[in-house]
Design a protein around this ligand. Structure first.
Ligand SMILES: [Fe+2]
Ligand SMILES: [Fe+2]
Length: 351
């Protein structure tokens, strides 16, 4: 499906993504006029080498995403940045990332990623971008942004410096890590925030880590996911979008659809195929295909996410110009990849 055709045909609310930009169409409105689109960029990992030198590929991914957002037609109502703007959370990295983002012509709502946070516990990010969790309403949809990458306080405070802590947290399969969570304070805030929202109001929840448990070893995980899901349970239409995993993921838990958004920096493989250990297989309710770690552009590309009627359809525009759609199967009540659901690509072995 060509993007333009999709936009014309859908005519509702879209969330969009860039090259990895995603465009999300949100079509909850009673009339077409109430539907809207938003774009989604995530995980640029802007990394300083030294001085004014930054990792060029990561810069280019974000520059391209911003350019794509600016060219979208129709224009997205706003852009979500899904977290991990910086690699090691330093002021030069955040400044450089925000400088690239400043070319974006649309209002941007930012989500905190662990790479933005663990150097100074989000202080500099907050000084530039505002609160780490918040909500807003847009055309009848209630949006909630959470900081889902908080960990146990003991872990947070046990390091001799912010640099040391950030270095440990920046590793993917680091046994010294600590599981991410939203935490009690934010859960209390979320309950309070949602108390004033009608149960019929569509919810879009934006987090960095998945608000579901996929793989603890890599922190593709949120420790209090069940508690968050319980808070979201009374609402009829709930869509959760997250970054962090740098790969295509989708799942359905009760009333909640979960969808990841691709990264502008690099793809991660699926944890199960990487570990080659059945005990480490992620417990997912829907089978998925893995990313290919030997293909630099795997899991990057465009996506158009249509949340029409409260169920997400994700239209992925992949580097080979293939299109794939992950759409809600009404009969089985879960999102499925139409092309690959019955014919999975077997995991590759890595030596
Ligand atoms: Fe990331
Ligand atoms: Fe992350």
């Amino acid at each position: 499906m060509k993007r333009r055709n999709f936009l014309k045909g859908a005519g509702a609310l879209m969330v969009g993504g860039v090259l990895p930009v995603s465009l999300v169409e949100v079509a909850f409105g009673k009339s077409k006029q109430e539907n809207f689109t938003f774009a989604y960029i995530s995980d640029s990992h802007i990394q300083q080498i030294k001085g004014n030198e930054f990792v060029r590929n990561f810069d280019r991914g974000l520059i391209r995403a911003v350019a794509e957002c600016n060219m979208m037609d129709p224009k997205p109502d706003f852009v979500i940045y899904g977290g991990d703007l910086a690699q090691l959370g330093s002021k030069p990295e955040i400044d450089h990332g925000l400088e690239i983002m400043s070319a974006c012509k649309h209002k941007v709502h930012y989500v905190m990623g662990e790479h933005d946070y663990y150097l100074d516990l989000g202080k500099y990010w907050e000084s530039q971008l505002g609160p780490q969790w918040y909500s807003f309403d847009h055309k009848g949809v209630h949006f909630v942004v959470l900081n889902s990458i908080i960990v146990d306080e003991k872990w947070t405070n046990k390091w001799s410096s912010g640099e040391e802590r950030m270095g440990v947290m920046a590793g993917l399969d680091n046994p010294l890590g600590s599981p991410f969570m939203v935490g009690a304070a934010q859960r209390a805030w979320l309950k309070q925030d949602l108390a004033k929202v009608s149960k019929d109001t569509p919810l879009v929840v934006l987090s960095h880590s998945p608000l579901q448990k996929i793989y603890k070893g890599w922190n593709f995980w949120t420790e209090d996911a069940e508690q968050i899901q319980a808070i979201l349970k009374p609402f009829k239409k709930v869509n959760v979008f997250y970054g962090h995993v740098h790969q295509i993921q989708y799942n359905q838990i009760g009333n909640i659809s979960f969808h990841s958004v691709m990264a502008t920096a690099w793809p991660w493989p699926y944890p199960s195929t990487y570990s080659q250990a059945s005990s480490h297989l992620p417990k997912l309710t829907v089978e998925m295909n893995r990313a290919d770690p030997f293909f630099e552009r795997d899991a990057t590309g465009w996506q158009f996410i249509d949340v029409w009627s409260g169920n997400t359809s994700m239209h992925l525009q992949l580097p080979e110009n293939n299109t794939r759609t992950v759409a809600f199967n009404k009969k089985r009540k879960r999102p499925e990849d139409k092309q690959y659901q019955s014919k999975r690509v077997p995991p590759q072995k890595h030596y």
